[in-house]
Design a protein. Structure first.
Length: 160
């Protein structure tokens, strides 16, 4: 079952790279007490994700934060090292947290997994964005397969 507005985010472990190494953080802890704009992509370094989706959030990070968002996170079914390298390649800096969901635990728990095995990609995330306020989903925008628009930073800004 797909997560919906009003639901709490599932309790799983996510990972991101810090100067001290990989940090494992429970999703309950990550989303607690703050408003987070989360967007998910099918894969780091993939075409639309690299050319449009990630850059839209990097370029609009200040405007999104200006609308009362405490943190912006990019999530993909990739490990923390890949997410960190991808973030560096796009000059993410401290604008976004690059969350690795390497085993697709979060992705499966929210019901937004996508089987791309036939394309050689395995289990991936659907493209979506959500606003999570203190652990509760207050907005959810899932892209129809193969499309890009409703989960963009521009759409996120319009909805805040």
């Amino acid at each position: 079952m797909t997560i919906k507005v009003g639901d709490r985010v599932p309790s799983v472990t996510l990972r991101y790279l810090t100067p001290d190494g990989v940090k494992a953080v429970g999703s309950n802890e990550f989303f607690a007490g703050r408003k987070v704009a989360l967007f998910a992509v099918p894969g780091a370094y993939t075409r639309t994700c690299s050319q449009r989706h990630l850059p839209s959030y990097v370029n609009n990070a200040a405007a999104i934060r200006g609308k009362g968002v405490d943190a912006i996170a990019c999530l993909s079914v990739n490990d923390a090292f890949v997410m960190n390298a991808w973030g560096k390649a796009h000059d993410v800096g401290d604008k976004l947290v690059m969350l690795g969901d390497g085993s697709a635990e979060f992705t499966k728990a929210v019901g937004l997994d996508l089987d791309r095995t036939e394309a050689g990609m395995g289990i991936r995330s659907q493209r979506y964005s959500m606003v999570v306020d203190d652990g509760v989903v207050t907005a959810l925008n899932v892209e129809p397969s193969g499309e890009y628009g409703v989960s963009s930073a521009e759409a996120m800004l319009a909805g805040l």
